[in-house]
Ligand binder design. Structure first.
Ligand code: NAP
Length: 290
């Protein structure tokens, strides 16, 4: 079994960013600055935001957190976004999802300045991504692309099967890998809950990307021997350990890794690369590269 070591690759990327930020500060210039908006007390959202702040700190990127009660109005949220959009000292802005039901998430995402949209969720950035124009790419698929690139996994001419068609993972990674480029030039099949012959399609995959949100869904019987496995899933599974839980993915790692080719672990695979990609986007926003 060969692990695709997201942790080591993410640490290398963070090291590169840290050196770049140190050089900026040495020139007496302002450090890059990422702002995050967090609404409510959802524990997973709090964990993600804390990891992002910690990653910023470790590289020298400044971070600020705008925290709101679950009851915050959409109007108030939009006015804070408007302030950050126009703040010359803030380069990137993320709004942690999910938002409470009384807030229209599409309206909130569309209100973010596309030049600061380091999550790449704004319709303008999504549209540019589809056209292959320079844009902020959504962090998770961008992290997967970086993982494939730096692990030297060939995608050209390969059959990639993506499980899950969410706007933040499945759909964008399917588009990115089917476009011209390296990684890219793959033939992609995008599967979802209405796909009829899921197992047969998975068995044809040279590269299988699982982003369906079902723990251990991909079994060894669904995998072609030697296939590359990218596991996007993140699940907190309760157990009898001291912590009381462990983190698992959408793939039955124990069984699948016995027959697969290179495979990402969970944790230590796509999750850490997502954060690394967010930092890369923050640097792009700081340098006004897009
Ligand atoms: P999501 O919005 O939960 O959507 C799940 C997708 O999987 C949908 O397209 C759904 O089909 C499809 N699906 C669900 N059950 C299926 C089944 N039995 N067979 C075939 N398709 C099925 O997805 P997401 O937000 O992309 O999240 C997926 C997983 O990745 C979650 O575990 C999430 O926690 C994790 N995640 C991890 C990261 C990271 O940084 N590593 C980032 C984001 C998400 P329909 O469209 O037909 O409903």
């Amino acid at each position: 079994m060969k692990l695709i070591d997201g942790k080591t690759i993410a640490e290398k990327i963070k090291g590169e960013i840290k050196a770049e930020v140190a050089a900026i500060i040495d020139r007496d210039e302002r450090a890059p600055h990422l702002a995050a908006i967090l609404v409510g007390e959802d524990p997973a959202s709090q964990t993600y935001v804390t990891s992002k702040e910690k990653a910023c700190r470790s590289t020298g990127i400044t971070s600020s957190l705008y925290k709101f009660e679950e009851t915050v109005s959409e109007k108030e949220l939009l006015s804070v976004i408007d302030f950050i959009n126009n703040d010359p000292d803030t380069d990137g802005l993320i709004v942690q999802q999910p938002l409470p039901e009384h807030i229209n998430t599409d309206r909130v995402v569309a209100s973010i300045n596309p030049a600061k949209d380091v999550d790449g969720f704004h319709p303008i950035n999504m549209g540019k991504m589809i056209l292959g124009l320079p844009s902020f790419l959504p962090a998770t698929p961008m992290g997967i692309m970086e993982l494939l690139r730096r692990s030297k996994i060939e995608t050209e001419g390969k059959h990639v099967v993506v499980l899950g068609r969410s706007n933040i993972v499945g759909t964008p990674i399917a588009i990115m890998l089917s476009r011209k480029g390296n990684p890219g030039n793959a033939t992609v099949t995008l599967c979802h809950s209405k796909t009829a012959n899921l197992k047969e399609l998975c068995l044809q995959a040279d590269i299988l990307i699982a982003a369906i949100g079902q723990p251990g869904f991909v079994k060894a019987t669904m995998v072609k021997p030697g296939a590359v496995i990218i596991d996007v899933g993140i699940h907190r599974i309760e157990d009898k350990s001291e912590k009381g839980y462990h983190i698992a993915g959408d793939v039955d790692f124990k069984e699948v890794s016995k027959i697969s080719g290179p495979i990402t672990p969970v944790p230590g695979g796509v999750g850490v690369m997502t954060i690394a990609a967010l930092l890369m986007n923050t640097m792009k926003a700081y340098k006004k590269e897009l």
